[in-house]
Write a protein that binds this ligand. Structure first.
Ligand SMILES: [Zn+2]
Length: 329
């Protein structure tokens, strides 16, 4: 045992500490989610996610403008529709004049290549049963292969309206391959796919369900989303999605899954995204509100940990406030 080693020499000055930081956070690391609602001039607070709003397309332009000023240029779009527009097959998900395609066209007209649009692809915000796929009417089982064609239709609709990336979040098997084939058939070979490859069935999605009103009306998602007791399957999902043609992969949620992000980082050379989900966000907001901790410090620590674990991109609700208030410097 050497007693002349003193680790504190490496922490003795800010200059030394800064120089040894393995990771730093840049605005280009962040993807900011946008929740769209129909109508005009709408900016409705999502009560379970303080500081986050449902925005009509016109107001989403203002939001994106302010994020661009801060250096954030990547956006993940989610659509919502009223209850009467939902049906068993989630028709609104692939309506070419629906909320997401309309928003993409408007945003691309306004910002062009200054922004990168990721379009979330799933059926649950548009189905009256709230599942991510199509259920068998008798058994309630979610039918994998039947769901694929609807997901592919949605992907094509979003890509045709100008989405740069398609982000399937449904967790059906083979959806990356089917979506890739459908895009290529339409001549959309430059549209990329960010797959929600390792999406766990998590309690941390609670606030998001309010945001897109997508809770399942029966059963749960345990037959398609992953069981968090099994980390190995996440690695298999990543490898399969890579083989099916994904351009980047995602782990969701992030903070309780840093080990998964790390394992995924070792298993692939694709870009890795991590989704710092609504429950993780709201815990920080509520903790800070009650004076339990300093919000800026916690946000910096959380986002740093996600990047250090191996994420290239962090999908987070914190980006705007954190950059505005200088929390990441
Ligand atoms: Zn879904």
């Amino acid at each position: 045992m050497k007693h002349n080693v003193r680790m504190r020499r490496l922490r003795s000055t800010k200059s030394i500490r800064d120089s040894l930081a393995e990771v730093s956070l840049k605005p280009s690391n962040f993807i900011s989610p946008i929740f769209l609602v129909e109508g005009v001039k709408k900016k409705e607070p999502i009560t379970s996610m303080p500081g986050i709003y449902h925005l009509s397309v016109d107001n989403s332009i203002n939001e994106i403008d302010s994020l661009l000023e801060l250096g954030v240029d990547k956006f993940l779009l989610f659509g919502t529709v009223s209850e009467d527009r939902k049906d068993t097959q989630g028709t609104e998900a692939y309506n070419k004049r629906g909320i997401v395609p309309t928003a993409i066209e408007t945003l691309k007209d306004s910002f062009g290549d200054k922004i990168t649009i990721f379009a979330d692809v799933c059926l649950c915000p548009y189905t009256n049963h709230g599942h991510c796929g199509i259920p068998d009417i008798q058994t309630g089982q979610i039918l994998n292969d039947k769901s694929l064609k609807y997901l592919a239709k949605a992907a094509v609709a979003y890509a045709l309206s100008g989405a740069d990336w398609i982000a399937p979040s449904d967790m059906m098997d083979h959806r990356v391959r089917v979506i890739r084939e459908a895009l290529d058939k339409e001549g959309l070979s430059s549209t990329a796919i960010l797959s929600y490859s390792a999406k766990f069935m998590s309690g941390y999605y609670g606030p998001f369900r309010e945001a897109v009103d997508s809770s399942p009306r029966f059963g749960d998602r345990s037959t398609y989303q992953m069981d968090y007791r099994d980390g190995r399957q996440a690695v298999r999902e990543i490898i399969l999605d890579e083989q099916e043609g994904a351009d980047a992969v995602m782990v969701k949620p992030a903070l309780a899954y840093l080990d998964i992000i790390h394992r995924v980082r070792q298993a692939t050379l694709l870009p890795v995204a991590a989704y710092n989900v609504s429950g993780e966000y709201s815990m920080v907001k509520l903790g800070a509100k009650h004076g339990i901790f300093d919000e800026g410090k916690i946000v910096f620590e959380n986002l740093t940990a996600i990047k250090r674990a191996g994420a290239d991109w962090i999908i987070t609700y914190h980006a705007k406030e954190a950059l505005k208030k200088g929390w990441l410097e």
